[in-house]
Design a binder for this molecule. Sequence first.
Ligand code: NG6
Ligand code: CA
Length: 506
Amino acid sequence: MHIKSKILLGLTSVSLFWGCSSSENGTAETEATKPNIVIIYMDDLGYGDLSSYGATELSTPNMDKLANGGIRFTNGYATSATCTPSRYALLTGVYPWRNKDAKILPGTAPLLISTSQMTVPKMLKGQGYQTGVVGKWHLGLGAGNVNWNEHISPSPNEVGFDYSYIMAATQDRVPTVYIENGNVVNLDPNDPIEVNYDTNFEGEPTGKDNPELTTMKWHHGHNNSIVNGIPRIGFMKGGEAAKWVDEDMADHFLEKAQSYVKSHKEGPFFLYYAFQQPHVPRTPNPRFVGKSGMGPRGDVILEADWMVGEFMKTLEDEGLLENTLIIFTSDNGPVLNDGYYDDAVEKLGNHTPAGTLRGGKYSLFEAGTRVPFMVYWKGKIQPQVSDALVCQVDFLSSLASLTGSTETKEDSENLLSAFFGEEKVGRSELILEATGRTAIRKGEWIMIPPYKGAAKIESVNIETGNEPSYQLYNLNQDIGQTDNLAQSNPDKLEEMVAAYTAIRGD
Ligand code: NG6
Ligand code: CA
């Protein structure tokens, strides 16, 4: 049985989804079933990587079903151009630049979210939800100096998730093991795990010194411990039986996500399903090798697309599709060579992972943060394309509003009506972040303050967005950000700088 509870909906139009009438003050009250909520979160998937977002060289039929059967946002953003800060904002409703530690974390970092902080799962738990996370975490674990051979705490389970099945950081970082509810899976106590990000363990091979032991070659970084032939970031010793099989990771997480759904179908549940694709190392299962003709990066996108389809099938088979809100998006923009020789550049052909956007992962230009962003609810949300400005930091307040919670955060706007396609307008302004630098989007404009530093990260071949003077672009007229109007439109520049300063306070 689903929990029947009173849902207060601030918006009359949204409340119509429940077929209820509105009261005089514009709010509606009804007995309704709370929907299950699933966030499918991709890792480094670009704005132009889906056929529904214009890709012609890759076909993503299952992701397209969400895009074409729900709302496809054209101005949907992650807060950040890298993983950890985007995930922090998605879960907490707080801009990551407010937390100085919200940057790409090593696998040994302590938990970034305070256990006293409000989070999306915590808020939903308060509304009667069961909550689970499956997949990539990358928000730190423990309180420093984690002993991987004991119960790890705090973990996702201390910031709102009843259930967690995760990898600690990234697929390219140690420890290369799965962690279920704070315990390393398949750990053999006689072969304890040790992890260090500064120094190697005596006698252990590394990508740097033992290239002959690697099956994937490192290009930059990624030359520490070798696991499954892949040189990683960080040093790890022991834990042989607990090590994941890279080529099986996507199947493994899918299976965990599916069993979570099946065992929580009485609902309501919230599942944060965080894929590891197409982040490096790209290790498609043999079923997908060669399928894209684009090398491993294309292959793992097809693999992820297949997983989305299988996951949707499970929701359908369990009779949950009409009662589940699905949000699909990505933590940051695309990158080709992110540290391994894997043919991403060589076999790209005519594919454009960023679509018509400038930049990519790590960049303050649009491709860093503007990402595929779909909201799907079969039978409830009318298929459409929306240009509303929306961001992942808005999930906290919006999902609170949906489920009858009064939780809200200053940085997190209640955009439920935009997320449901009832309004075509979202936020008026948004601060975007890339490796510690910030810019402001306001209306159709974006202003990037002057930044010192290289204009390009040569290793990944991506423009950073750095320039010694102000940049101002009109994104409606110049989506590719080629025409800097800072000089020719000083009034607009001044307005944007004032808006930026008002939020950032410096
Ligand atoms: C970088 C890694 C990159 C990737 C990134 C995190 C090097 C040279 N590069 O430091 O490969 O792991 O961190 O990506 O080590 S993210 O999507 O999780 O933010
Ligand atoms: Ca990422």
